[in-house]
Structure formats: structure tokens, C-alpha cells
Write a protein that binds this ligand. Structure first.
Ligand SMILES: C=C(O[C@@H]1C=C(C(=O)O)C=C[C@H]1O)C(=O)O
Length: 282
């Protein structure tokens, strides 16, 4: 036997031992994941995107050596999905409109084995999640200038599912190019210390964008992104703001805003844990 053959056999023995350890730990983790499901309140929604973000950020911070971080994220996305499948029914709804990017993002984020409902458009996805036919829905990141933005339905319907995550969580591990999405679902918001929230404001008929902007600042919000949609029901223009932190319905600042002359209505549409940056993944 040559030296090369001996060392290959030895290295493979080492890999077999490592695989046994990994397998033992995954089996143990699965048991704990199932227990966590039983410890949650029984509303049938088990996913906690904020907790998943904290797990991944913690692993990224302790990572050493040559194993690629984006690959580690992909593995953990499957581990989360496997755990969710042990906790209860878990499925995802996506719109088929577009080039399949929503499905790719959904599969990469919520697991390749998670049942995926493909529906005609964003309206059907929101309705499916609202009925509980799917635990989460994946919808395209809102873009300025859309004629019929799906987020308008969240602004109008207090029973619509909130925004709970932004995809991809690790851009270099995405197979969907530059495509980005938001996930909606009934999961409770969890503050991860690095989050953003979406707010929808309906301006009063006579208010200018500058009036709305002043009211937003005076109420204590510091938005990092802002887009508008035309009025759809005889009311004023709708504004979609992204602001740091977790803002939940009932936040005092929303009530302050809705009490100003420029703003007829102010709603929290949900929040997301800020995805990993290129620097965190390097
Ligand atoms: C295990 C939990 O449930 C789910 C699975 C997670 C995991 O496998 O680490 C994390 C968050 C939840 O989406 C949990 O809430 O801690």
C-alpha cells in the first residue's frame, strides 16, 4: 500500500467518525425541535423567523476555518425546516407570476422538502395564508411605481397576515439572482436587536408628501426607505415606510401619527430580521 492510499483511507475513517457525530447531534436536535413545538402556544404557527436569524448570526460570528459560510446557512435552513415539519403542518404559498424567483427563494429559505403551493398571484397567496392553507406566503419585495402593490391589501385588511421575514437571508447562497422577497405569516414578532418594520400610512386628501414626512418625523420615526401607491378607494395616497426596530400594532407613535391632520390611518404591517451582510458571510 502506498503512503497516498494509506492517508486517504485514514482521512475517510476520520470523516466517517465526524459523520457519526454530526448524525448523532442532528438526531438529538430533531428531538429537541419537536419538544419546542409542544412548548409553543397551540395556534398552529410554529415558525419563528427572528429566532432563526439569531441562530444564524450567532453561528456566523463563531465560524472559523474553510467551510464556506453560505453553505452553512443553506444547511441550517434545511435544519430549521426539518424541525418545523416535526412541530406541525408547515407549508409555503408562492405566486407563479414572474420568472419562478419566488419559488426558488421559498425553497431555499423554507426547505426543499416543505410542501409548496403555487398560486396565480399575490392576492391568492395572501388569501391562502389568511385561511391557514399555508403557514407562510412568499411575495416579491415591493417596488416603487407598482400599479397594484400587494402591500396595499395588508394596509387595508387588519386580518391580513403580517410580514415576518425578508429573503434571501444570505444573498451569496441565493439561486434567485438579485430577486428579493418578503414572507408573510401569523408568527409573533420577535425582536432580534437588528430588525426593520414596515408601516403603511394613508394620507388625508389634502396632505402633501412633505406634510406626511413631517408628521412621520414628529411622531418619532426615522424611515430608511419610503414608497407610495395611488389612492384606491377614494381615500388619500398610501405610503409604505421601512423603519428600524420592531413596530407592533398599538405602538404609541402610530396613534400619534393617525391623530395628525396629514395622516388618516397608520398601521404596522410587520417586521423582519435584517439579513446577513456580505461582510458577515465572508
Ligand atoms: C425550534 C424552534 O422552532 C423553529 C425551528 C428553529 C430551529 O430549528 O432552531 C428555530 C425557530 C423556529 O422557526 C424554536 O422556536 O426555537
Amino acid at each position: 500500500m502506498t503512503l497516498g492510499e494509506t492517508s486517504l483511507a485514514e482521512l475517510r475513517q476520520e470523516i466517517d467518525a465526524i459523520d457519526d457525530s454530526l448524525h448523532d447531534l442532528l438526531m438529538r436536535r430533531g428531538d429537541v425541535q419537536a419538544h419546542v413545538g409542544r412548548a409553543k402556544s397551540g395556534d398552529g404557527v410554529y415558525i419563528r423567523p427572528g429566532r432563526e436569524a439569531l441562530v444564524l448570526r450567532r453561528l456566523m460570528a463563531r465560524h472559523q476555518g474553510s467551510f464556506p459560510k453560505p453553505a452553512l446557512v443553506r444547511i441550517w435552513r434545511e435544519i430549521f425546516a426539518a424541525g418545523l415539519s416535526l412541530q406541525g403542518d408547515f407549508s409555503v404559498a408562492v405566486p407563479t407570476a414572474g420568472n419562478g424567483a419566488m419559488k426558488t427563494l421559498a425553497v431555499d429559505h423554507f426547505g426543499a422538502l416543505t410542501p409548496t403551493l403555487e398560486l396565480a398571484d399575490a392576492g391568492e397567496v395572501l388569501a391562502a395564508v389568511r385561511r391557514g392553507d399555508a403557514a407562510v406566503g412568499v411575495l416579491p419585495m415591493p417596488q416603487p411605481g407598482e400599479a397594484e402593490p400587494w402591500w396595499r391589501r395588508l394596509a387595508r385588511d387588519p386580518g391580513a397576515p403580517p410580514i415576518i421575514a425578508r429573503l434571501p437571508f444570505a444573498a451569496p447562497a441565493s439561486r434567485a439572482g438579485d430577486a428579493e422577497a418578503l414572507a408573510v405569516g401569523a408568527a409573533p414578532a420577535e425582536d432580534t436587536g437588528n430588525d426593520r418594520s414596515f408601516l403603511a400610512l394613508e394620507a388625508t386628501g389634502e396632505a402633501t408628501d412633505a406634510d406626511v414626512s413631517t408628521a412621520v418625523t414628529d411622531a418619532g420615526f426615522e424611515p430608511v426607505a419610503w414608497q407610495t401607491a395611488p389612492a384606491d378607494n377614494g381615500g388619500g395616497r398610501l405610503h409604505l415606510l421601512e423603519t428600524p426596530g420592531v413596530v407592533v400594532p398599538g405602538d404609541n407613535r402610530l396613534e400619534t401619527l393617525a391623530g395628525t391632520p396629514a395622516v388618516a390611518d397608520a398601521r404596522a404591517l410587520g417586521s423582519y430580521a435584517v439579513p446577513l451582510t456580505a461582510a458577515e458571510l465572508a
